[in-house]
Write a protein that binds this ligand. Structure first.
Ligand SMILES: *Cc1c(COP(=O)(O)O)cnc(C)c1O
Length: 413
């Protein structure tokens, strides 16, 4: 018999989005014709920028010619034109130098943030914030790095760092050593952004205890204050202890196109059982070369078009549109007396549930009375209980309507 990986059975049943889908479908079936406004799942809604579409088309045509045809991509995934564009626009503009062979391209940051743990031993102790993007936790559960899920929703063996109103949803490092920590800024789900000082404390702590920081910057394009760090490599010493993931998904609407990259600096190391230091760059290169065959050429051309003058302007406008939606939500709901966080440097509003309601009760109230779908905070971890995530990924008109409907849903009680 083929014995299964029983770690999969530790995964908590009723994953968040299927459960939301089930409740929304049941509501829709019982209320034919009701217009439902979806501010739940974190997916973009605007169409691809014209510069991106043009590049995709041109690259598809090129692939149909003898001179332009390309097969498997380069070893670390990225063609020179894309590697150079990222180095220039994402890093040099922030005073950060990244080498060609430190950039690994892939088909998504979900994959990269989920796969990165593979190059570490099963005994590594991991730390995550609570609430958290579930991928970091579940992939470590699958790899056997945790015990069972407890009744309170936590897994034995993981160090949880509560992200609370008191710490501005950006927790400081724990007072003990761990091996691998996942940070996401701007944050999904809380919409909080890490300050330079907070990241400095993380880097100092990681260097002190030999931890590796997996820094997920999927929402960096939403940072509108130029003084806030967009990359962890803007912090001195981060090259020795951090890797960084960025995606074209949220910054340029690539959720259905698929392109992302991970920076693994040459200085970042792990250790063997005997204490020998081993660079992570070589391990990740080996892992990717064995299990991944690069991002399609037309997709890389589309990604590079994001950095062209037109592409920068058009994708900047898309991000600005979502941020304006976030402002409409923040100000509209704030004026109505709701307590809200995030939504300034992120497309997510993290709203305290009114009247001390549970997250799922609040979800049901919004669905039934406002016909608005949001995401219960408890779905992102126990500390998310008492909050609900409202996404700014929708049309201006629907977001404005949602503000009115949410106000009415609670005014009526
Ligand atoms: C959306 C998102 C990503 C991006 O994932 P892709 O696979 O690149 O689409 C990564 N991390 C977080 C926290 C996200 O919310």
């Amino acid at each position: 018999m083929a014995r299964i990986n029983e770690n999969y059975q530790k995964l908590q049943a009723g994953y968040l989005f299927p459960e939301i889908g089930r409740r929304v479908a049941a509501f829709a079936a019982a209320h034919a014709g009701a217009e439902i406004i979806r501010l739940g799942i974190g997916d973009v809604t605007l169409p691809l920028a014209p510069a991106v579409v043009e590049a995709l088309r041109a690259a598809a045509d090129e692939m149909g010619t003898e001179e332009g045809f390309r097969g498997y991509g380069p070893e670390r995934g990225g063609y020179g034109f894309l590697v150079e564009a990222v180095r220039e626009h994402d890093y040099r503009t922030r005073g950060v130098e990244v080498a060609d062979d430190e950039l690994f391209f892939s088909d998504g940051s979900k994959q990269d943030s989920g796969n990165f743990q593979e190059i570490f031993d099963a005994s590594c102790r991991i730390a995550v914030t609570d609430p958290v993007y579930p991928v970091y936790v579940d992939t470590n559960v699958m790899a056997g790095r945790t015990g069972e899920a407890r009744d309170d929703g936590y897994y034995d063996g993981i160090v949880y760092l509560p992200a609370t109103e008191e710490n501005g949803f950006t927790p400081d490092p724990p007072d003990r050593a761990v091996d691998l920590v996942y940070l996401c800024s701007p944050n999904n789900p809380t919409g909080a952004v890490a300050s330079r000082e907070n990241l400095e404390r993380w880097v100092a702590w990681a260097r002190e205890c030999g931890a590796v920081i997996v820094f997920d910057a999927a929402y960096d394009a939403f940072i509108s204050d130029p003084d806030l760090p967009r990359s962890i490599f803007e912090i001195d010493g981060a090259r020795e202890c951090a890797v960084e993931m960025r995606s074209f998904s949220k910054r340029a609407g690539f959720t259905g196109v698929r392109c992302a990259y991970t920076v693994v600096p040459h200085e970042a190391c792990g250790t063997t059982a005997s204490g020998e230091r081993v660079p992570l760059n070589g391990l990740w290169a080996r892992r990717q070369a064995t299990k991944f065959n690069s991002v399609p050429y037309p997709i890389q051309r589309a990604a590079a078009a994001v950095f062209s003058a037109d592409g920068r302007k058009q994708t900047h406008e898309q991000v600005a549109y979502y941020l304006e939606n976030a402002r409409v939500l923040r100000e509209g709901l704030g004026a109505a007396g709701f307590t809200l966080f995030g939504g300034v440097h992120a497309p997510y509003i993290w709203m305290r549930t009114p009247e001390g309601m549970g997250s799922w009760d609040c979800f049901d109230r919004l669905l039934e009375r406002a016909h608005v779908v949001a995401t219960p905070g408890a779905g992102f971890g126990p500390a998310g209980e008492g909050y609900i995530r409202i996404s700014a990924f929708n049309s201006r008109q629907k977001v404005e309507r949602a503000v009115e409907l949410i106000r009415e849903a609670f005014a009526a009680s």
